[in-house]
Design a protein around this ligand. Structure first.
Ligand code: DLZ
Length: 218
């Protein structure tokens, strides 16, 4: 019998004109990586172009609301300046630089050299149509989990309402690693034997649906 859970049969939406950001935490990387892969798979299946999917990371889930806010704001500035310049332009510095991430590095002689920028090319046609925030919180022995889960949930809701951009809630709040692996399609292992539903795919589909509907609702 089909599961009663879930968003029902997937709706079909054309994502070919959308720009989507994925902002993810790095804690619990194995699970995170699978969720990102699932989200990207769904975005691409809906027609979102590779160059219009921008991925940015932060250390932990607690950092997600601020990072989503900044990543979206940076894309608004880029979108506006490219509109003034008359069309689509690209930069080769990566959105990390827009977040103040162009760190310096020390060379062999001890002097500080600017770090080579990552060569990510970002199409600057317009601001992101949706942002997917991905994090995995695993309950420990203290109240830490409850505080972060609550703060991040409220933070992400606030960001999407304040900015008027869909922020897809990709925060898993699980009681143990097994529950996280199962929700990333990694039940039973990380190889070919892996099974289970990857929730990242749902988040990719939700980003496309909301991105398209937002234009209609504007
Ligand atoms: C500190 C912490 C702990 C204990 N657990 C998690 C977790 O399960 N998942 C997660 O995404 N982040 C965790 N963090 C890190 C916090 O989210 C945050 O990065 C730090 O408290 C620094 O603000």
């Amino acid at each position: 019998m089909a599961s009663l859970k879930g968003p029902g049969a997937p709706q079909k939406h054309d994502g070919s004109g959308l720009r989507v950001a994925i902002v993810h935490a790095r804690w619990n990387t194995t699970i995170i990586d699978a969720l990102i892969a699932g989200a990207k798979k769904a975005l691409k299946a809906a027609g979102v172009k590779d160059e219009n999917i921008v991925v940015e990371s932060v250390p932990g889930s607690y950092e997600l609301p601020y990072a989503v806010q900044r990543v979206y704001a940076a894309s608004q500035v880029q979108g506006a300046s490219s509109a003034v310049a008359g069309g689509v332009s690209t930069i080769a510095s990566g959105i990390g630089d827009l977040l103040g991430g162009s760190a310096s590095q020390t060379d062999l002689h001890g002097s500080l050299q600017p770090k080579e920028p990552e060569q990510k090319s970002i199409a600057l046609s317009h601001a992101f149509d949706a942002v997917i925030a991905i994090g995995v919180l695993i309950k420990g022995e203290t109240m830490h989990f409850e505080y972060i889960a609550d703060a991040v949930s409220h933070g992400l809701m606030r960001v999407q309402l304040d900015l008027g951009v869909p922020v897809i809630f990709g925060l898993l709040t699980v009681l143990n690693e097994g529950q996280g692996l199962a929700r990333a399609g990694l039940e039973g292992g990380t190889g070919k034997e892996a099974k289970g539903h990857n929730h990242g795919e749902d988040w990719g589909n939700a980003a496309v649906e909301l991105g398209v509907k937002r234009r209609v609702w504007a």
